[in-house]
Design a protein around this ligand. Structure first.
Ligand code: ZN
Length: 446
């Protein structure tokens, strides 16, 4: 066969896949309406009564399993948290190809008051589907299904296995019961595509290979209560200083400034090719000081500052934690009170950074599939290189297993975690076309 005729056959296959994707789009839409109807709110989110949503992640995953079965997927359940199983669908390849996982989380954030009385009843309006989890990220599941349906109906058999990893617990960073549990159960793959929202209108299907890590923590600074009128004796020459009282607000401001200084240093010391200079921040989000009740006529004896910081790929959470604590410890050495009353740290939640090198084969494969799609679909704007994600995803947990991972999906992250969440329906077919092309060239076909 000549090169020319091979290319003609390849184009004919792609045309047939695209036609099947277009032909099954209405069914993908019905699947999305169905998935949205399950109240698969992450039960462990702050402010959520878990009992209200018991079993809903499972029911949503069962609906997806029922849709994947007719496409030839073998269905497996990985259940680490009781009652919250992950779905692993495997479409076995004919052999000799690389495997690909399509990853999506089935849990959503809690509902918010919006235009619609029931966030679980999808409403279609002007080409958008509204509903909780529509963009983040059940539209991703619909696109995976549509890609698999397109491949199957076009008569394509892949050489490598095609997986669907539909996980629970993502919205609370509970990867150990979700994506990590699947990988630990032995479902490792050669590449992973996470269909989180990366389509901020009018851009479509951005591909992201990097995300910052972050860490949520809080500081408690101790003071010593006294009558407010003793302030002059506590802070001015001639008084007894700390023996009278210590205002925790004064000490918190000192600590705040020390942290601000570290943040300024980070602008120069924390660098990464995927991030703009100064991208890594130590954001103070809550500041509170009092004597246990809000009463101004006292020296507050405690202050708390809650921070959320971001850090680059290449650093670990342990390193960041040690660096921040050491900086505050050293700064405290210059203050007699803080030297004797060290700042107390509580490190709450961390999410590791993500980074897959753009020179990886997998990145090249996805990017050329995307370039090819951009050539025939004017809505997909050309992209020279993968971009840095605004939000965290499960990508880094594949990378932790040595699996290259990228994020690309049909939703717009700007209306994820928002009232009136929606997804443009045409984005689902575009995402399916990209996923099908990726699977075809990554997994191979005969
Ligand atoms: Zn998400």
């Amino acid at each position: 066969m000549t090169h020319e005729s091979a290319r003609h056959i390849a184009n004919a296959v792609l045309e047939s896949i695209d036609a099947e994707i277009a032909g099954n789009a209405a069914q993908a839409e019905r699947l999305l309406v169905d998935l949205v109807s399950f109240r698969s709110v992450n039960p462990l989110q702050p402010g959520v009564n878990g009992a209200d949503y018991e079993g809903e992640e499972r029911r949503a995953n069962e609906a997806l399993a029922a849709a994947l079965t007719p496409l030839g997927f073998e269905i497996n359940w990985i259940e680490v948290a009781q009652g919250r199983p992950n779905l692993v669908g495997v479409l076995p390849g004919t052999g000799g190809g690389r495997s690909l996982a399509l990853n999506g989380h089935i849990d959503t954030v809690a509902p918010q008051a919006g235009r619609f009385a029931d966030p679980w009843t999808a409403v279609i309006e002007d080409g958008y589907l509204y509903g909780l989890g529509a963009a983040d990220m059940k539209a991703g599941h619909a696109a995976m299904w549509l890609a698999a349906a397109g491949l199957r109906n076009a008569g394509v058999s892949l050489k490598g296995d095609l997986h669907v990893h539909s996980v629970v617990g993502e919205e609370t960073m509970s990867h150990e019961i979700g994506t990590t549990a699947i990988l630990e159960a032995g479902y490792a793959v050669d590449g992973a595509l996470i269909a989180e929202p990366t389509s901020p209108a009018p851009q479509l299907l951005n591909v992201s290979n990097a995300a910052a890590g972050n860490y949520l923590f809080s500081l408690t600074i101790r003071g010593k209560s006294a009558h407010w009128a003793a302030r002059n004796l506590a802070i001015r020459a001639g008084g007894a200083g700390d023996a009278i009282g210590v205002n925790a607000i004064d000490k918190a401001v000192y600590v705040y400034n020390a942290m601000r200084q570290l943040e300024e240093q980070w602008a120069f010391t924390k660098k990464h090719p995927s991030f703009a200079p100064g991208a890594f921040i130590i954001h103070p989000g809550v500041l509170r000081a009092d004597i246990g009740v809000e009463a101004a006529p006292f020296f507050p004896d405690r202050a708390r500052i809650d921070y959320l910081l971001s850090f680059p790929p290449g650093n670990t959470a342990e390193q960041i934690r040690a660096e921040v604590e050491e900086h505050i410890r050293l700064a405290s050495q210059m203050d007699p009170w803080l030297r004797e009353h060290p700042v107390e740290f509580i490190w709450t939640d961390t999410w590791p950074p993500a980074y897959t090198d753009p020179s990886e084969d997998f990145v090249q494969t996805v990017m050329s599939a995307r370039t090819e799609l951009a050539g025939i679909d004017g809505r997909v704007t050309p992209l020279d290189a993968p971009i840095t994600a605004a939000a965290q995803s499960d990508a880094n947990f594949y990378e932790a297993f040595g699996i290259p991972a990228l994020v690309c999906g049909p939703g717009d992250v700007r209306n994820a975690h928002a009232a009136n969440e929606r997804v443009a329906l045409e984005n689902i077919t575009a995402a399916a076309r990209l996923i099908a092309r990726t699977a075809l060239s990554w997994c191979g076909t005969n």
